[in-house]
Design a protein around this ligand. Structure first.
Ligand SMILES: NC(=O)c1ccc[n+]([C@@H]2O[C@H](COP(=O)([O-])OP(=O)(O)OC[C@H]3O[C@@H](n4cnc5c(N)ncnc54)[C@H](O)[C@@H]3O)[C@@H](O)[C@H]2O)c1
Ligand SMILES: O=C(O)C[C@H](O)C(=O)O
Length: 313
């Protein structure tokens, strides 16, 4: 018997792609292929080599290769798609839809050809619609096409709760559902600190402020950076999802999943709590929501659907 390391390809070797490669290597989750466009082949090789050379210092043996040739990604176990343009101040994620739909489609045609058995994680924005585009192009079963938003949005939400109470982030639990847009739905009723519901610790007014800051969390970073969007926390989120799959951890985390009737939605990708393991999305949890929570989720689902319409006409 020979035990093989996992092969993880990351398409898009920009800020999020390269940062994700470093985090995956640090965790030794597999060997990594970093792919970008032919015009950026040398910088991509340079980033890969630079990360590889951190290995002796940090004690990891993952191999990292830079390329623009999809043949190097052949038979990947996992493919992470970060290819595409990022927004700048004054833009919404939805403004990226036409450019990034073309990029995600062409990337997925190659993924389908060279890594037909892979589990694919999509980051490119507007991510709910891009996950739909990827699903249509790949033709893979729904458990193997996963969008990233909920881990990041939840991380922001938990950061703000921890700051508010001056407690460790490790003790904060909660999650964010819905689309990765300004009407995402942080589930306050399911949020706690050390097991104590946050509604008993934080005033309604302050909770509302935390919810609003979470919804605008991506935009807050875009405005501060001035020329791009967040990448450290997004890369950490991709690393957590990848680890859940590689180690078959059966984590319960919110990701963008294809819905066929769950929560009353058909043919839609939306952020929902899932069980993430070696087979990708192994289960979607359908929670009971109050009328108010369901109305908020309906509004978010409607926003996602309107962007999906743009990429499916
Ligand atoms: N879903 C989320 O939570 C989330 C979080 C952060 C960023 N994003 C999105 O991820 C995307 C990437 O963000 P970034 O900060 O890494 O941007 P970036 O500009 O730093 O990197 C994007 C990379 O994609 C490459 N690329 C473009 N077309 C390509 C193609 N056809 N094939 C291969 N590579 C291609 C570019 O050359 C570039 O290197 C953006 O769309 C951004 O909005 C989403
Ligand atoms: O806000 C963005 O455009 C990038 C990303 O979706 C984020 O939430 O940081």
């Amino acid at each position: 018997m020979s035990i093989q390391r996992k092969k993880i390809s990351i398409v898009g070797a920009g800020f999020t792609g390269a940062t994700t490669a470093l985090l995956l290597a640090q965790k030794e989750l597999g060997d990594i292929v970093l792919i970008d466009i032919p015009q950026l082949e040398n910088p991509t090789k340079g980033k890969a080599l630079d990360i590889l050379e951190a290995g002796p210092v940090q004690g990891f043996d993952s191999q990292i290769t830079g390329t623009s040739n999809y043949e190097d990604a052949a038979n990947s176990d996992i493919v992470i798609i970060t290819a595409g343009i990022a927004r700048k101040p004054g833009m919404s994620r939805d403004d990226l839809v036409n450019t990034n739909a073309g990029i995600v489609k062409s990337v997925c045609e190659n993924v389908k050809k060279y890594a037909p058995d892979s589990i694919v994680i999509i980051l490119s924005n507007p991510v709910d619609a891009m996950t739909y585009t990827a699903y249509q192009t790949l033709g893979f079963p729904k458990n193997r096409v996963i969008g990233q938003s909920g881990v990041l949005d939840t991380a922001r939400y938990c950061t703000f709760i921890a700051q508010e109470l001056n407690v460790s982030v490790e003790d904060v639990r909660g999650f964010v559902m819905g689309g990765h847009g300004d009407d995402m739905v942080p589930l306050v009723r399911y949020s706690s600190v050390g097991g104590i519901p946050i509604e008993t610790l934080i005033s309604q007014e302050r909770i509302e402020a935390i919810v609003q800051r979470t919804r605008g969390g991506g935009g807050e970073i875009v405005n501060l950076l001035g020329n791009g969007s967040a990448y450290y926390a997004p890369a950490a989120s991709l690393a957590q999802m990848t680890e859940a799959i590689v180690k078959d951890k059966k984590r319960i985390i919110p990701v963008i999943a294809y819905l066929e009737g769950e929560y009353g939605y058909q043919d839609l990708f939306l952020g929902v709590p899932t069980l993430l393991g070696g087979n990708g999305i192994e289960k979607v949890f359908e929670l009971e929501l109050t009328a108010e929570e369901k109305a908020a989720l309906d509004q978010s689902a409607e926003s996602v659907r309107s962007v999906i319409k743009i990429v499916t006409v």
